[in-house]
Every structure is written in C-alpha cells, then in structure tokens.
Design a protein around this ligand. Structure first.
Ligand code: GTP
Ligand code: SPV
Ligand code: MN
Length: 618
C-alpha cells in the first residue's frame, strides 16, 4: 500500500490543489495510517490537562522526560535528544510538487510518485509496538479569518506535548472540522518500531529516531510526511512544514503571505502605537526582538509572535497579520537575564527544555544563561561536565518550548481573530561586514529587493556549516514551499494591491563585527534605538541620507546617548563601504542568476541600478 490517500493532482498547467475535507476523510485517513504504520493502539488527543499529565507521567517513567525541580522550574521537564537528531535536516527536506519547476532551484525536489513509494515502504510497520496519537490542531485562533486546521498522526509523545504548547490542540480543533472543512494531514513517525519484521521485540530508547530522515511536502494535495526525526521543525509538523511550507503555497494561491517573521507592537514615549513584522533567519534574533526590553525610557514592546506570521490585505487596504502559533520554540543558548529577561520569565514554568544542561539542583543551564557557568553540570548528552570540560554544556540549538500566554509582554490582542495592521516590515541577518545597522527601502520594490537579498551566516538551527555566509531570501530559504522567485513576484503583487497602504520596509544588522571579531553594536535592549529611528521615519520626524543601498540614518539621527561606541565603530555601522558593496552586488547577481528566466523584472532592474550607482560611488 502506498500513502496516496487523496486524489493526486492532475498533471498539466491547471494543477488541482487542495487538501482533504471533512470528518469522514479524516477517519479514513487515520484508518489508512493504522493499516500502513501498524501501531499497537490509537489515541485521539483531546488537549485536556488530564491527558497532558498522563502522557507526561508515561514519558517520565520511560526516561524520555526528566522532571525539573518543582520549586525552581514548576511543571517543567528536560528532554535529551539523540545526538544525531538535534536540528532541522535541510538536505533531507523535500518539496514533492508535480512539476520540478514549481519547487524552484533552492528546494530539494522529488517526484511525488517516487516519494510516495519510498514513504510507503518506510512507514510500513514503522509504529509497531507504539501508540499512534491523532493530534488535531488549529493554526491561528479557532474561527479566525485565515486560521487553518491540521491533524498530525505521530508515534512521539514528545511531539504531542510540544504541539499542545505550540498550537491550539485538541477537541475544539477536531470539532471545528465540519463536513466540508479543509484540513492538512501530517503523518509523522520517529521510524523506530518496537517489533521487528519477524515479530521479535526491539528495545526502546529515551529518544527514538532513525538514521534515515525524510521531511516531505506535497504542495498540491497539502500533505506532510515526516520520517525518522523527533526534533523541532522536523517533527512538530504544524510549525515549519505546515505554517510555512504548505501555508506559503496556500497563501500564494489565495492572495496572502506565510512568512518567517516575528510580530510586535511598539508604543513610543509619545504614546503612538505601531505594529512591526520582522524576518530574520533561524537563530538570528527573532525571539529576542519580539521580547525586547527597551534600554531607553518611555518605550513599550508587546510581543505578538516570535517565529511565524500570516499576513493578508484587509478590507481597509492595509496589511493585517496574525501569529498562527500558540507558543515559543526558542533558542536557549545566548538567552539570559541581561539579554532577554522576558524570555527567562516566560520559561519559568510549564516548559519543555530540550538539549540544555542540568544543574545538581534540578534546574537548567546553557551558555549565556548566567555570566559564569556552575561548577558542575550534567551536559545535554547526560555526561558529567565542568567548566574545564572544553565543550559546550548545552547543544547550540538547545530550545525551550513555552506557552505564549506565559510571556509577561504578550500583547492583550495577540490572539484576536483579525490580527494587527502592519506599519513596518524589517529584514535582518547575521552579517559581520557590509550591511549597515539600519537602512530604509526607497519603496516597496526596493523593500522586496532587500528581502530577496538577505544573506546570513549560518547558525546551528540547521545541520550544516555554521558561520558560512549564504543567501536566505526573506529568511525563507528552508521554508518556502514553491519557487523562491515566484515568492518575490507574489510579494511585488501584494505590494501593488496595498499601494499607498503598504508598510514601509527596513533592513537591520545587529551582528556587525570589528577587526578583532567582536560585535560592534550592543544589541538586545539597545535595539530599541533602531526602532526609535524607524518610528520617527514612519512619523516623518527625521531625515535620512540617500545612498545606493537605501536611506541611511546620519549619526545625529540616532539616539546613541550613553553608549560606549568609538567614532570608528559608528562610522562602520552607518556608512556604505563601496568596495564591499561592489562585491556584494556581484554575489547578488550570481544569486539572482540561479532563478534564470523567472526573476521578476523589477528586481533585475533594481540590481542594475545598484550596480550603476555603486560604480561611481566613492
Ligand atoms: P529561530 O527560532 O531559529 O527561527 O530563531 P530566532 O530568530 O527566534 O532566534 P533567537 O531570537 O532565539 O536568537 C538566537 C541567538 O541570537 C541567541 O543566541 C541570541 O543571544 C542572539 N541574539 C539575539 N539578538 C541579538 C542581538 O541583538 N545581538 C547579538 N549579538 N546577538 C543577538
Ligand atoms: C528555525 O530553525 O527557524 C526554528 C526552529 O524556528 S525549528 O522549528 O526547528 O525549525
Ligand atoms: Mn524559525
């Protein structure tokens, strides 16, 4: 049997798209999954507290969750993953569109029929001896205008408990599936059955997974199939697989956007309120930005989302955004009382920590949590650790999973049905050189150009070479479910529809380094100084210098009071280095060259203008 439960898309120019609809389709899919994966039992998840308690107790007994000290970390647990299952696996993530061209040059494409066959073989018997949980969930508040329903089947109780935090999971989501309601099917197995083909029992481990991993998406039929991993975006299928890869395809067809963006509401000392959406690549500071504690008086930041935004043009012509998630799956290392006290408060309780270190008192620790490490710890792999060990105590991609409503700065309307109207869009990345602290796009096309040309030094959020510079357009390189160049065209089209209501667009870089490799900009709470300039730009209260790469603040435009910054450092952050940018423009030309024939003409023109303007810029 192959996992082709739904009518396959028709080949040819008018592909049939859309997922399954209704309860009957759900029940027959669950039956098919049972026949295929052969679990011992099926549990329909209702989302109740009793259910959470029961699954938690089972996991603690199995050694898969370690309870933390009830005083220090109430209701919280530590999970240690398999050391080979610690981050997203981009080279094992596939877009199985009917036509290869629809996946575009930046995605791994697989023929859908061939992938169905492979998945059918892998999933066959994969859940033997385990429980298959059926997990209904809503992305976005139930009943919201662009909320979407999904159902994940999984043999991982860790995924169930995490999805309970990250989404609106359970009976209400199931009840929302009416006779004709579309829902996204997401099939997941860790790929480690407890019964061999010959019937012999196989041993279980605290973190089951498989050396072979496959994260597959079928955009036309809105299906997700994930095999072999229990970690993060590989396994919490509601998150990247659904809310970004599949949702981006839906959004393109239906005229909205699914983006890798945080959302925040900012109130200025004058009492004016603005909403900001910001795209940064993985582990580049979205959570910290969304929870920013302003270092300047009078400012207030309220958190709406830290990772994913769904945005749509509203009836008033403006761009409205929701956070489709209900929790944070945040990077632990680098998060501490000085850098992000709001995140620290959010994870005070009811949190699942994964791959952090354990203190002798039963609390958690990671690099950056306190200035000095404790004298002894148990590291993320369960081994004794001291500061002399010479290796990180926490995995660099260790994460906390906490409910959004535990965040002390959560906005009172973070879960309103319609979302919030966006005033400014910010693009960022990790750039040791070239990209200035902040610049503003001249217009929407220039803003799309900024988004399309984000480059960033790679982080531990994905398997791969950490520190290597790569283009990560719109911070969506690993998350766009269709051709990236079509994504840019879609952005240009949305801008056309928004017209004069379009948000203004900015680019920031907190990660500029000096010759000794130290960060030039203090970052974190001081990023409010950049938001201050952005808000004054929105309010037409401050000027800017025109440059080939956008509008730049002049030194006196920025509030730098009280910062210990040398003149050279300020100049580095605020001025354009023509030589650096001429080579940047060459890299952009190569980057655009990958999309041959499909690059939107306005972006090609924008690049030529950049090259022309830089040619005689001294
Ligand atoms: P994903 O969840 O992977 O999509 O990442 P994210 O963008 O939400 O990343 P997060 O905010 O968790 O930041 C990850 C790392 O960036 C942490 O180690 C932070 O310490 C660091 N970071 C965040 N903001 C700043 C900043 O302003 N300056 C510097 N130097 N580092 C920062
Ligand atoms: C990211 O890598 O951008 C994340 C973490 O937000 S994961 O959910 O694992 O993709
Ligand atoms: Mn992310």
């Amino acid at each position: 049997m192959t996992p082709s439960t739904f009518s396959p898309a028709l080949p040819g120019p008018s592909l049939r798209t859309g997922g399954p609809r209704g309860r009957q389709a759900l029940e027959s899919w669950v039956r098919d999954m049972r026949v295929l994966a052969q679990p011992d039992r099926i549990v329909w998840i209702d989302g109740s507290e009793a259910e959470r308690q029961r699954i938690t107790d089972e996991m603690v007994r199995a050694g898969s969750l370690i309870p933390l000290d009830p005083e220090l970390r109430p209701g919280s647990h530590l999970a240690r993953s398999d050391p080979d299952d610690v981050a997203r696996v981009e080279d094992r993530t596939f877009i199985c569109a009917e036509r290869e061209a629809d996946a575009g040059p930046t995605n791994n494409w697989r023929d859908p029929a061939a992938m169905r066959e492979e998945l059918g073989a892998r999933f066959a018997g994969a859940m033997r001896g385990r429980t298959m949980y059926v997990v209904p969930f809503s992305m976005g508040p139930l009943g919201g205008a662009i909320s979407q329903l999904g159902v994940q089947v999984t043999d991982s109780p860790y995924v169930v408990l995490s999805t309970r935090i990250m989404t609106r999971m359970g009976a209400a989501a199931l009840a929302a599936i009416g006779p004709d309601t579309e829902w996204v099917p997401a099939a997941h197995t860790v790929g480690m059955p407890l019964v061999a083909d010959d019937g012999a029992a196989l041993p279980d481990v605290p973190w089951p997974s498989n050396a072979v991993k496959i994260i597959a998406h079928f955009p036309e039929t809105r299906e997700i199939w994930s095999y072999g991993s229990g970690y993060g975006g590989n396994a919490l299928l509601a998150k990247k697989c659904f809310a970004l890869r599949i949702a981006s395809v839906m959004a393109r067809e239906e005229g909205w956007l699914a983006e890798h963006m945080l959302l925040l509401r900012l109130t200025s000392p004058a009492g004016r309120t603005h909403h900001i959406a910001a795209a940064f690549p993985s582990a580049c500071g979205k959570t910290n930005f969304a929870m920013l504690t302003p270092s300047r008086p009078g400012w207030k930041v309220e958190t709406i989302g830290d990772d994913i935004a769904w945005l749509r043009p509203g009836e008033d012509g403006r761009l409205w955004a929701i956070n489709p998630e209900a929790g944070f799956f945040g990077v632990a290392p680098g998060t501490g009382e000085t850098t992000n006290p709001t995140a620290m408060a959010t994870m005070r309780s009811n949190t699942i920590f994964t791959n952090v270190a354990l203190t002798p008192e039963g609390d958690v620790w990671w690099e950056g949590r306190t200035p000095e490490p404790p004298a002894e710890l148990t590291d993320w792999r369960g081994l004794p650790w001291t500061p002399a060990s010479g290796r990180p105590a926490a995995h660099p991609n260790a994460r906390f999973t906490s409910p959004a409503d535990q965040c002390p700065t959560i906005s009172s309307d973070w879960d309103t049905l319609d979302g919030v109207p966006i005033d400014a869009i910010v693009f960022g990345g990790r750039r040791a050189s070239n990209v200035p602290l902040v610049s503003e796009a001249a217009d929407w096309t220039d803003g799309v150009f900024m988004g399309a040309t984000i480059a960033s030094e790679q982080t531990a959020a994905a398997e791969g070479p950490v520190g290597e510079l790569r283009f990560d357009p719109f911070a969506m390189l690993p998350f766009c479910g269709y051709d990236m160049a079509d994504h840019w065209a879609h952005w240009l089209e949305i801008g056309g529809r928004l017209g004069r209501h379009a948000p203004r667009v900015f680019r920031v870089n907190w990660f500029r380094k000096d010759d000794e490799g130290r960060y030039v900009w203090p970052g974190f709470g001081d990023n409010i100084r950049v938001l201050d300039w952005i808000v004054r730009r929105l309010e037409h209260e401050v000027g800017a210098a025109v440059s080939p790469i956008g509008l730049l603040p002049r030194r006196h435009d920025l509030d730098l009071a009280g910062l210990d910054l040398s003149d050279a450092a300020v100049r580095t952050m605020l001025t354009l280095d023509p030589r650096g940018w001429r080579s940047e423009a060459r890299r952009i030309e190569q980057h655009f060259g990958r999309f041959d024939g499909n690059l939107p003409a306005p972006l090609a023109r924008r690049l030529r203008k950049l090259q022309h303007d830089l040619a005689d810029y001294a």
